[in-house]
Design a protein around this ligand. Structure first.
Ligand code: GLU
Length: 448
């Protein structure tokens, strides 16, 4: 079997069969490009069609979501759930509510999720969903009616042993609450483990809100440690200002680093004193306003609507906004300014060209499916607590999260070393380690 030709054929088929789904092609290409050494060592995976099956979701759902706005006007959005792979456990992955959501975006996210979830070592398969609904500027009542309509269709496909959604961009505790309420009403079951990211008072896990950001920083810290560095005194840039960015910044500050810049879709903010997270949280989470409000409240800070946050010199960058936000030129600027490490807090924020720049420059690069696995790992901890009707303390949960991130980091390095000879190749390590765990389970479960 010619492994390269086999992978190329799978790649061609993915592009042919999923026309126009650029982000899905990108995510699939990135993984497939890494798998040559794995398939050379395990030709049985090629012989049993593992790659062809992995690239085809087990089930893809698209549905109409009608709802009535505050003016009484009927609105229609599109809902999605892609149940990608259940070899390791129930489909697990967030819901994204954002106007850019389409099938290709949900498929790229679901595909990434398979390998990310496998890397955590926990019993969770991969899936993702969402809608092109834009919660920005919508009242609580509108968001509630939308969530209820969304769940009225989706509920029949969910279950604590079947498919367990959580949040992603545009979906936080408020939306999870409305979604859970409607699921409970329709099914007449208090099935705590059917959704994760619930508020702490009724089945949510401590540290779930913080987990993705904290986890990305733990991962970056592990990467830095391999070079004998730490966060102490380091200048850090975090892109975005949502849930991942805010809690990444919080952990950087706790470890003695200083986050000097962050951003949102309107521009970026520089505060040389270190971003004041109480102020930022108030603006983004309570007032749901733009980050320019920060510079208005704190005159020593500077807001810029032009350029990018990556123009700000830093030693560690944590891209935590959205896919393909960091391109080649941003990567060149970061390298020129002496960046040591990049850990992706968001899903696929760096373009392939940017990753190539980091690789050539020899800077540490932690891909999202490893670096941001802390969120979904803590979702799995939430499922464990729900299944045992238990609730752990913040400290207990956070220490388990930290252990998972250390485990993901070690797996990336040992797998990269074993399959490519370079432990610093986290892209290879993450893709191969995630793939092997899923491929083994799929093989054992037969051709399904
Ligand atoms: N949306 C998050 C992610 O990208 C979390 C998913 C989950 O907790 O299920 O991994």
């Amino acid at each position: 079997m010619n492994v390269r030709a086999h992978i190329e054929a799978v790649h061609t088929e993915v592009c042919r069969r999923n026309p126009g789904e650029a982000e899905f092609h990108q995510a699939a290409t990135e993984v497939l490009d890494s798998l040559t050494p794995a398939l050379e060592r395990h030709p049985e995976y090629a012989e049993t069609g593992i790659l062809e099956r992995l690239c085809e979701p087990e089930r893809q759902l698209m549905f109409r979501v009608p709802w009535v706005d505050d003016q009484g006007k009927v609105r229609v959005n599109r809902g999605f759930r892609v149940e990608f792979n259940s070899a390791l456990g129930p489909y697990k992955g967030g819901l994204r509510f954002h106007p850019s959501v389409n099938l290709g975006i949900v498929k790229f996210l679901g595909f990434e999720q398979i390998f990310k979830n496998a890397l955590t070592g926990m019993a969770i398969g991969g899936g993702k969903g969402g809608s092109d609904f834009d919660p920005k500027g919508r009242s609580d009542g509108e968001v509630m009616r939308f969530c209820q309509s969304f769940m009225t269709e989706l509920h029949r496909h969910l279950g604590e042993h079947t498919d367990v959604p959580a949040g992603d961009i545009g979906v936080g505790g408020r939306e999870i609450g409305y979604l859970f309420g409607q699921y409970k009403r329709i099914t007449n079951r208090y099935e705590s483990g059917v959704l994760t990211g619930k508020p702490v008072g009724w089945g949510g896990s401590h540290a779930r809100t913080e987990a993705t950001g904290y986890g990305a920083v733990y991962f970056a810290q592990e990467m830095l440690t391999t070079r004998g560095y730490g966060f102490e005194g380091r200048r850090v840039v975090v892109s975005g200002s949502g849930n991942v960015a805010v809690y990444a910044a919080e952990k950087v500050h706790a470890l003695g680093g200083r986050v000097v810049a962050c951003s949102d879709s309107s521009g970026y903010l520089v505060d040389e004193d270190g971003i004041d997270l109480e102020l930022l949280k108030d603006i983004k989470e309570v007032r749901r306003a733009r980050i320019s409000a920060y510079a208005e409240a704190k005159p020593t800070a500077r807001f810029s609507a032009r350029g990018t946050v990556y123009d700000v010199p830093c030693e560690v960058a944590l891209p935590s906004a959205t896919q393909n936000e960091l391109g080649r030129e941003d990567a060149v600027a970061l390298v020129k300014n002496g960046v040591l490490a990049i850990a992706e807090g968001a899903n696929m924020p760096c373009t392939p060209e940017a990753v190539e720049v980091f690789r050539e420059a020899g800077v540490l690069f932690g891909p999202g499916k490893a670096a941001n696995a802390g969120g979904v790992a803590t979702s799995a901890l939430e499922m464990q607590q729900n299944a045992s009707r238990d609730s752990w303390s913040f400290e207990e949960t956070e220490s388990r999260l930290a252990a998972v991130m250390r485990g993901v980091h070690t797996q990336c390095r040992t797998t990269a070393e074993a399959y490519g000879g370079n432990a610093d190749d986290y892209v290879l390590g993450a893709n191969v380690a995630g793939f092997l765990r899923v491929a083994d389970a799929m093989t054992a479960q037969g051709v399904i």
